[in-house]
Design a protein around this ligand. Structure first.
Ligand code: 3PG
Length: 401
């Protein structure tokens, strides 16, 4: 169901679950506001329709109690700037502050509730524990809009349980994310290449399993690549290594060989003495990483190889940086992948999808705008689980509600 199915919203209190989980620096400033910007069209649309808009969201992973560093207050300020209208802020989620702020709302006005995860009911493991909180949230509103695509894989009170308690619909962001990601899973244009990076293979097991039957090429970089290199028998020095995944990765290499999926690994690596921008570093062959060095980026030959392997792709999904891109000496590999995706989007209208907070932040850090790519997903774990073919609770509940 879409927002249109909720009927006339004028004067009605609409609770919107957005994903406003943005990175903050030590001073509390937002370092990438992509998710806030992505939440704006739905909120604006509801306000224009005359609804009293109550936005709820989480930030970070507080343990069910208030913690100043996880307050959504800085996000309220950013939302206000982007919406170009005042955003009231409630210092709790379902308590006195929230209830009186909701009562004070007039048609077309917007309120943001404090971090949902300050309440233990939000993330509780069992339904009865979540139910009371879901009911308290539902009591604030007349209708519910699920627009936080980044959280639809979470079976949590504000994502899952609440949809059974109020007339519910998917917001425009959830709808458009699902439409694009479906194009990756249902008959993608070929060649279909997937670029995976980030720290851990263990975070990507499900998606690799699934993609081995679907993608034509799998390009691997980031911290997880060292488990692949080690599985091939190479020394990886002090690089990240998940010993307990070596057998699994050997299995992937074998399946890829049997099914004709090309797995592309880096041929050279930027290896440093320690995890620091100032550390001594050099480019070494991927099969000759010195014992006292750690790999922090793919090397220049690999960057060219990866760009080459992406040049004719017509569909690309990318999740996870190629190196420690936040530090300038280790950013080039990630930058090369971003550039390759921008090029093929422009040259032959390839469908390029960037998923995951780090990769999305990286492309913006390199100065690219979102519209140079086919789609920048607001979902990290959610987009991976979608590609794994898993049932996402926050989507399923809307279908059944
Ligand atoms: C994300 O950052 O992927 C979403 O906001 C979900 O956050 P979570 O992994 O803490 O549930």
């Amino acid at each position: 169901k879409t927002i249109a199915d909720l009927g006339d919203l004028s004067g009605r209190r609409v609770l919107v679950r957005s994903d406003l989980n943005v990175p903050l620096d030590d001073s509390g400033a937002i370092t990438d506001d992509g998710r806030v910007r992505a939440s704006v069209p739905t909120i604006k649309g509801l306000a224009k329709a005359g609804a009293r808009v109550i936005v709820c969201a989480h930030l970070g992973r507080p343990k069910g109690a208030p913690e100043e560093k996880y307050s959504l207050r800085p996000v309220a300020t950013r939302l206000e700037e982007l919406l170009e209208q005042p955003v009231a802020f409630a210092t709790d989620t379902v308590g006195e502050s929230a209830r009186s702020a909701v009562d004070a709302l007039e048609d077309g006005q917007v309120l943001l509730l404090e971090n949902l995860r300050f309440n233990p009911g939000e993330t509780a493991k069992t339904a009865p524990e979540r139910q009371e909180f879901a009911e308290q949230l539902a009591a604030l509103a007349d209708a519910y809009v699920s627009d936080g695509f980044g959280v639809v894989h979470r079976e949590q009170a504000s994502v899952f349980d609440i949809a059974a308690l109020l007339p519910s619909a998917a917001g425009g962001l959830v709808q458009s994310e699902v439409e694009v990601l479906r194009r990756l899973t249902e008959d993608p244009r070929r060649p279909y290449a997937v670029v995976l990076g980030g720290a851990k293979v263990s975070d990507k097991l499900g998606v690799i399993d699934n993609l081995l039957g679907k993608a034509d090429r799998l390009l691997i970089g980031g911290g997880m690549v060292f488990t692949f290199l080690a599985a091939q028998g190479h020394e990886v020095g002090n690089s990240l290594l998940e010993e307990d995944q070596l057998e699994v990765v050997r299995g992937y290499l074998k399946t890829a060989e049997d099914t004709g999926v090309e797995i592309v690994l880096p041929t050279d690596i930027v290896a440093a003495t320690e995890f620091s921008a100032d550390a001594e570093h050099e480019v070494v062959a991927a099969d000759e990483i010195p014992a006292d060095r750690m790999g922090l980026d793919i090397g220049p030959d690999s960057a060219r190889l990866f760009a080459d392997k992406l040049a004719d792709a017509r569909t690309v999904f990318w999740n996870g940086p190629m190196g420690a891109f936040e530090m300038e000496p280790y950013a080039a590999g990630t930058e090369a992948v971003a550039r390759a995706l921008v090029d093929i989007t422009a040259s032959h209208d390839a469908l390029t999808v960037v998923g995951g907070g780090d990769s999305a932040a990286a492309v913006r850090q390199f100065g690219h705008s979102d519209d140079e790519f086919g789609h920048i997903s607001t979902g990290g774990g959610a987009s991976l689980e979608f590609l794994e073919g898993k049932t996402l609770p926050g989507l399923e509940v809307l279908e059944n509600s």
